[in-house]
Design a protein around this ligand. Structure first.
Ligand code: PLP
Length: 391
C-alpha cells in the first residue's frame, strides 16, 4: 500500500545525510568534549561546529548563546523557570492560550503551587493573539512572556518580534517557543528583543531527544539541570555528542533550503486545501489565512468524527493527526481549537495535515482522491453506513 506521511509537525524522518554525520560519534569518535586529549578534542570541536550551525539557523549574534538541551520541552521549562528565578520578586507569567503543553502544563503547576500568577492571553477565530489583552496584562510584576512563534496545530504565526518589544519595554524577559518555526520561517534573533528561544531537532529532519535554548547575551539565567560545568554552566551533564552533531547538520540543511522548501510547501498545501474545500461541503480551515506556516493545513469537516476519519485515512496509508488530545483516557477537542472558538459542529472533525521534504504532488492527489468519499461515508447515519459497507 502507498504510504503518505503528512504529520511533519509531529516529527520528521531523519535525513540520511544527518545520520552519516552522526555515525562517527557513535563509533570511533566517542570522546567526552570535556576531556583534554585527542578524543575529547574531536568531540569538543564537533559540538562547537554544531553550535555555530544552530546559531546560523536562527541568526544569533554569538554561538555562546546556544545551550543544547534534550529538546523543545526541556527548553520551554528551562526558559520559564529561569526567568522566574532571575527576575524575582517579579512573579507573573504571560502566555497565550494556545501554547504547547510544554509551556501550559508548567504554568498550571506553578500556579497550583502558588509560585507564579499566570495570564493566558486569548486568540481570535483565526488564532491571532489579542494584543490589547496582552498590553493590559503586562506590568511591573511580569517576569516573563512566552508566546510561540508558530502554532503546532494550525501553523498560525504570532508577530513575536513586536510582541517581544513590548515585553522589553515593561522590563520583562521574552521567550518564544520556535520549535515549529525554526527552519521553516526566517529568524534573525540578533535583530529582535527576544531573550530566549526554544528549538528542537526532530522537527527539521534531525534526531529526537535533542534541542537548544537560545539565551541572548546579558540575559540573566538560572540552569534547570545542575551538575558539571557543561554548556558554560547552563546545563549540567555530558553532552549528547552524536545528537548534537545531527542537530547541527539538520540545522545547516534546513537553513540552506528554507526559501525554496517554503515555496514548494505552500504550493502543495494550497492545492490540498483548495481541493478539499472545493469537494467537501462544510469544510473550513482553522488558522490565520495569511500569517501561517507554509506546510500546515488544519481543516475541520462538519459533522464528522475526526478520529474516525483519521483511522480510515490510516487504513489508506495516509498519516496525519486529529485536532484532539488524549486527556484522562478520553479524546478531548484540542485546547487550541477551543481557544479559537471553532464551532461545535466542526470541533470534533478537525484534521491536521503537515507537509515536509518527501511530499510531492502525487501525495496530494492521493489525499484528494481518498478523503472526500470517506467524509461522506462518516456522515451517513449508522444504519445506512452498514448497508453501504455490506454493498
Ligand atoms: N513546542 C512545540 C510548539 C512543539 O510542537 C513541540 C513538539 O511537538 C514541543 C514544544 C516539544 O518539543 P520536543 O518534542 O523536542 O520536546
Amino acid at each position: 500500500m502507498r504510504a503518505v506521511y503528512l504529520d511533519h509537525n509531529a516529527t520528521t524522518r531523519i535525513d540520511p545525510v544527518v545520520v552519516e554525520a552522526m555515525l562517527p560519534f557513535l563509533g570511533e569518535s566517542f570522546g567526552n568534549p570535556s576531556s583534554h586529549h585527542a578524543f575529547g578534542e574531536a568531540a569538543f570541536s564537533a559540538v562547537r561546529k554544531a553550535r555555530r550551525q544552530v546559531q546560523t539557523l536562527i541568526g544569533a549574534a554569538n554561538d555562546s548563546e546556544i545551550v543544547f538541551t534534550s529538546g523543545g520541552t526541556e527548553s520551554d521549562n528551562t526558559a520559564l523557570l529561569s526567568a522566574l528565578a532571575a527576575l524575582a520578586p517579579r512573579n507573573e507569567i504571560i502566555v497565550s492560550a494556545v501554547e504547547h503543553p510544554a509551556v501550559l502544563a508548567l504554568c498550571e503547576r506553578l500556579e497550583a503551587e502558588g509560585r507564579a500568577g499566570v495570564h493566558r492571553i486569548p486568540v481570535d477565530r483565526c488564532g491571532r493573539i489579542d494584543v490589547a489583552a496582552y498590553e493590559h496584562a503586562l506590568c511591573e510584576r511580569t517576569a516573563v512572556v512566552s508566546f510561540m512563534w508558530a502554532n503546532n496545530e494550525t501553523g498560525t504565526l504570532f508577530p513575536v518580534e513586536t510582541l517581544a518589544e513590548k515585553a522589553k519595554a515593561a522590563g520583562a524577559l521574552f521567550h518564544t517557543d520556535a520549535v515549529q518555526a525554526a527552519g521553516r520561517v526566517p529568524i534573525r534573533a540578533e535583530e529582535t528583543a527576544i531573550s530566549m528561544m526554544s528549538l528542537s531537532a526532530h522537527k527539521i529532519a534531525g534526531p529526537k531527544g535533542i534541542g537548544a535554548l537560545y539565551v541572548r547575551s546579558e540575559t540573566p539565567f538560572y540552569p534547570l539541570i545542575l551538575g558539571g560545568r557543561q554548556e558554560r554552566n547552563r546545563r549540567g551533564g555530558t553532552e549528547n555528542v552524536p545528537a548534537i552533531v545531527g542537530f547541527g547538520e539538520a540545522a545547516e540543511r534546513a537553513a540552506s533550503r528554507l526559501e525554496s522548501e517554503a515555496r514548494r510547501m505552500k504550493a502543495l498545501r494550497d492545492r490540498l486545501e483548495q481541493g478539499l474545500l472545493g469537494t467537501v461541503p462544510g469544510a473550513r480551515v482553522n488558522g490565520d489565512p495569511t500569517a501561517r506556516l507554509a506546510n500546515t493545513c488544519n481543516i475541520a469537516f462538519e459533522d464528522v468524527d475526526g478520529d474516525g476519519l483519521l483511522a480510515l485515512l490510516a487504513r489508506e496509508g495516509i498519516a496525519c493527526s486529529s485536532g484532539s488530545a488524549c486527556s484522562a483516557g478520553s479524546m478531548q477537542p484540542s485546547h487550541v481549537l477551543q481557544a479559537m472558538a471553532v464551532p461545535a459542529s466542526h470541533l470534533g472533525g478537525a484534521v491536521r495535515f503537515s507537509l515536509g521534504r518527501d511530499n510531492d504532488d502525487s501525495d496530494i492527489d492521493h489525499v484528494l482522491a481518498v478523503l472526500p468519499p470517506l467524509v461522506m461515508r462518516l456522515r451517513q447515519p449508522a444504519g445506512a453506513r452498514k448497508v453501504a459497507r455490506a454493498g
